[in-house]
Design a protein around this ligand. Structure first.
Ligand code: NAG
Ligand code: NAG
Ligand code: NAG
Ligand code: NAG
Ligand code: NAG
Ligand code: NAG
Ligand code: NAG
Ligand code: NAG
Ligand code: NAG
Length: 527
């Protein structure tokens, strides 16, 4: 009898394990410092591929099912020009054919073959960014793309995303396809690269396909404050779109590059990494599969203990290397509307509008001094409805609201970082509120501390109000190290327009017409 009970118990245990296994998949991202001792050449790529293969083995040993590598990890992003690009490139088979470059000879570069073989041997889905060469049969030209390639666990190429939104990468031809892929562990991914994340195509359009619950993302991000911190933008995307995001960043803190993470669809952060000294780091996490998408009108609270229901087998985190040496740049906020926070008041309630527009941000803040030491940062509230430059030839439409830290009283110092984080101030609570047109705009949270990590203890509430979306972000714990807390709104319909603040033309025009009509009436009445 007891034999049967023990038997039953064992079966039950396996069943529970099995159910758990179906509820998650195991992902790895590599924050990678490219080996650049070797001059830029195929040799450098092969040196980096050796390292990649080592990390694929490491991940496979820990039963990782998919590993994501960063943008430009094989080459670095410097010195890629018309002279160097052909040697560095490889053809990539059409994913429809599901060809394994390892098993099928086809004139592919050795690095593509080696990666395919390693995915096959280690039975691991592998996402690698590389330079793709494409023979265009119509123009008889060679085209080069900044491409993410996905190998399945048998080494076959099953997806190929050509970066759509190039960032000062004149030697590349942009792609124009939305790319998704299915896996044998039951998750369908969308995929894009770096600056793609802040553009409607692909970052928002890809989610129209409701089978896409998870995104893989390779990046060589330049952190710029207040709104473009690498981890801040990644977390904001995952939280506002309710997707799991598996993000791998290239590491070179002295050049503003770094920041990788695994973010969950309910706003939680499984793990992030960013550091002030150069180095490579693998992050491994069990990612809960998205069973049902959280509907709009519900507030997302990222402040849920991660342990609940999820085992985290990640490598020990340890002490992060000093973050103050991570170089960030500052956005030019000259066209933003600012208002300084009067920190002598405990309860602050302010509404500020961008320029002469009717886009306004409302703030409710409770703040306290911690001790009597002088403060090392000034805090300001800002609002912006307008267009900004994002790279040499690209402008983007924005609608932003935020509380930001500044080095001193000048507006131009906002988004700057002292070597030390803020001290002497405690934000008991912060609420930021703004209205966004859902037909033209995607709004996401932007939060970052002096350690360059986003915070999760706040709610992000989206409420439909007369055809617009009212967003309110509200902290749920005290904050003492914040540099940015606000909403980053992308108005896609204003992309490519001339730079500057947008005035509410309608009310401005209305006033002009009214003035003219009244003048004419007065003129006529005088007669
Ligand atoms: C382009 O030409 C190459 C070589 O002639 C051929 O292998 C390939 O299939 C052609 N591709 C397309 C899309 O027609
Ligand atoms: C910007 O546009 C100009 C004119 O079209 C072009 O010559 C230049 O290469 C572009 N710059 C970049 C960085 O793409
Ligand atoms: C959605 O993505 C899946 C998985 O890649 C694909 O099979 C399907 O065709 C896509 N649906 C649409 C409407 O694009
Ligand atoms: C900052 O900008 C606001 C307008 O947005 C302006 O009123 C204020 O004078 C500026 N502050 C400083 C110190 O220049
Ligand atoms: C207040 O300042 C002290 C000393 O700098 C610090 O240890 C403490 O954590 C601060 N309190 C809060 C709530 O930030
Ligand atoms: C404010 O900070 C900036 C950046 O550190 C500095 O260049 C500027 O001189 C400072 N201005 C004042 C008035 O302290
Ligand atoms: C929505 O519009 C109606 C009618 O125009 C108005 O009465 C109401 O106050 C609006 N609601 C909000 C929350 O603005
Ligand atoms: C967005 O589009 C919907 C449907 O066309 C419309 O009902 C709504 O008023 C629009 N919202 C705004 C702010 O234009
Ligand atoms: C600010 O706006 C003006 C137009 O009003 C524009 O010429 C300028 O380039 C803008 N500056 C920035 C940094 O956006």
């Amino acid at each position: 009898m007891t034999k049967y009970i023990i038997y039953l118990f064992i079966v039950l245990c396996f069943l529970i394990l099995e159910i758990n296994a179906q509820g998650t998949y195991r992902a790895a991202v590599l924050e990678y410092a490219t080996k650049d001792e070797v001059p830029l050449s195929l040799t450098r790529i092969l040196k980096n591929v050796e390292n990649y293969v080592y990390y694929m083995e490491t991940a496979a040993d820990k039963n990782v099912q998919i590993i994501v590598f960063p943008e430009y990890g094989l080459t670095g992003w410097e010195n890629i020009n018309y002279n160097t690009i052909d040697e560095l490139s490889t053809e990539v088979p059409d994913p429809v054919l599901e060809i394994s470059p390892c098993r099928t000879p086809g004139g592919y570069s050795k690095h593509l073959i080696d990666l395919s073989c390693a995915a096959d041997v280690n039975k691991i889905y592998t996402v690698v960014n590389l330079i793709e060469k494409q023979h265009d049969n119509n123009s008889k030209q060679k085209l080069y793309h900044n491409t993410n390639v996905v190998f399945n666990d048998k080494g076959a190429v099953i997806a190929r995303h050509r970066k759509i939104n190039l960032y000062n990468e004149g030697v590349f031809t942009p792609g124009d396809q939305l790319v998704t892929f299915k896996t044998n562990f039951g998750v369908t991914f969308g995929m894009f690269i770096c600056a793609d994340l802040i553009f409607k195509k692909p970052a928002i359009d890809i989610l129209a396909n409701s089978t896409i619950t998870d995104i893989v993302f390779s990046t060589a991000w330049f952190s710029q404050l207040p709104f473009y911190g690498a981890l801040s933008i990644q977390h904001g995307y995952a939280k506002s779109n309710r997707v799991n995001l598996i993000a791998a960043g290239i590491n070179d803190p002295s050049k503003k590059n770094g920041g990788s993470g695994i973010y969950l669809h309910d706003g939680r952060i499984a793990q992030t990494y960013i550091a002030g000294i150069r180095g490579t780091k693998i992050l491994i996490q069990d990612v809960p599969k998205v069973a049902s998408v959280i509907p709009l009108d519900t507030c997302q609270d990222g402040n849920v203990a991660l342990e609940r229901g999820i085992a985290i087998p990640g490598l020990p985190g340890g002490q992060l290397p000093d973050i103050s040496t991570f170089v960030t740049s500052q956005e030019d906020l000259i066209n933003y509307t600012f208002k300084s926070l009067n920190l002598d008041r405990n309860e602050i309630s302010e509404t500020i509008c961008s320029g002469r527009s009717n886009f306004c941000c409302s703030f409710e803040i409770t703040v306290a001094r911690n001790g009597s030491a002088p403060l090392n940062y000034v805090y300001k509230l800002l609002a912006y409805y307008g267009v900004s430059v994002i790279s040499t030839n690209t402008t983007v439409g924005l609608r932003n609201c935020a509380l930001v830290a500044c080095l001193n009283d000048t507006n131009a110092s906002c988004g700057g970082r002292h070597k030390e984080g803020p001290h002497g101030i405690i934000f008991e609570s912060i609420s930021v509120k703004g209205n966004f047109n859902p037909n033209t705009t995607h709004a996401q949270p932007a939060t970052i501390t002096h350690k360059l990590v986003p915070i999760t203890d706040y709610t992000f509430c989206e409420k439909k109000v007369n055809g617009t979306i009212e967003i309110e972000m509200k902290t749920s714990s005290k904050q003492n190290a914040l540099l940015t807390f606000g909403i980053y709104g992308r108005v896609f319909t204003n992309d490519g327009k001339p730079v500057g603040p947008i005035n509410s033309a309608s009310s401005f025009k209305k006033n002009i017409y009214l003035t003219i009509i009244v003048s004419v009436l007065i003129f006529l009445l005088q007669d």
